[in-house]
Design a protein. Sequence first.
Length: 452
Amino acid sequence: MKEIKILSPCGLLGYGYPETSFRRGLEQCPDVIAVDAGSTDSGPYKLGAGMAIVSRQATRKDLLPILAGGHQRNIPVIIGSAGGAGARTHVDWSMEVIEEIVREERLSLEAAVIYADVDRGYLHQKLDENRIEPLGPVPELTHAAIDAALRIVGQMGCEPIIGALDQGAQLVVAGRAYDPAPFAALPIHRGFDPALALHLGKILECGALCATPGTTKDAILGYLRDDHFIVEALDDGRKCHPTSVAAHTLYEKDHPYLLQGPGFELDLSECAFEAHGENGVRVSGSRASATERYAVKLEGASQVAFRTIFIAGVRDPILIENIDEITRGVTDQIREDYRELPDSGYQILFHLYGKNAVMGRLEPLGEPGHEIGVVLEVVASTQELASAICARARSTMLHYPYPGRKSTAGNLAFLYSPSDIPCGPVYKFNVYHLVEVGDPCELFRTEYRKVR
């Protein structure tokens, strides 16, 4: 039976992993080391600001054993969504770290760098051709939104990575990528079942999160064969169980059985999960079908405002009893104080931790606790205005005359000094759409480099 082995060091490059687990994975002679390096799960900030998710130091620490191990074993290393959000600035930042390691370790690698940034002129044309549609409950895309986006990336599938491997790349550093793509690319390139490869990639991209106890900060190994795959934990303290692997199959999905990706739909309704050995799980029955048209997810971020916050604790039961009236009163007072500004020019947002801050109206336990954490957020057109309104709101709340108040100050315990914290620019996803393409690689540009 033919077999391909895929080593996943961790759930996100820079999160860290035990070197003992990684070395144990290398001892199994994997055919490829693949790792996901990014996400937009936390929102549009990293894409808009051009910042990495993790620090340079953390990225370097994780990359050193990976690059050295791949070079030593003469196997490909594939990195997806490099630098976090996967735009050119993130990919180039990742390459700087890689080149630094390669020089210091005296390695030599044939590298393929795949950029995911999308040309605006291309999108304007696609929009005119009615080949762009919203992904979920978002507005229709406009030409103005395309122009306003600071960065727009496409989420590549396996095809650009397969193309790089076909050209002999030992290191593939890809921009924004569909999470399973770095793991599924080599198996599909070598003729393995795409459904099994993509399902296995879906599991491996989170590291050992499918094990018990689960974590993204540990390595895991996948064995892909003709009609099934096996996932195996590499740490003695973790085990893969059928329930844990099956449960992880449901991770980040809006349907228990179906999973859409670039150009395909994965059907997992007939999957079987069986224990294999002491710490592995055998999975079979994954099926995939090609979609009628090939669509690529677009992500674009624009800057919309600036933010300033303060954080305070409240333990006064009388204040807590009147908290809704107080927050409404403070907001009304600020609106009056800044009546020369339109209401649309800024937002005042109270987040009351201890009183429905997490679930809002869906919270089944309506009564507040004995203490509340107050986060006041002001979003405005400039940082100066956001900070000014936040300061006014903070002082207004500090001395607000609520019924039954027994003191004139001291009812807010500020966590920091200075209490007001400028948070900088605020971004939003103003492009979150699907674009129909004629060629899965047409959005992406690959550069081949000798890194040494």
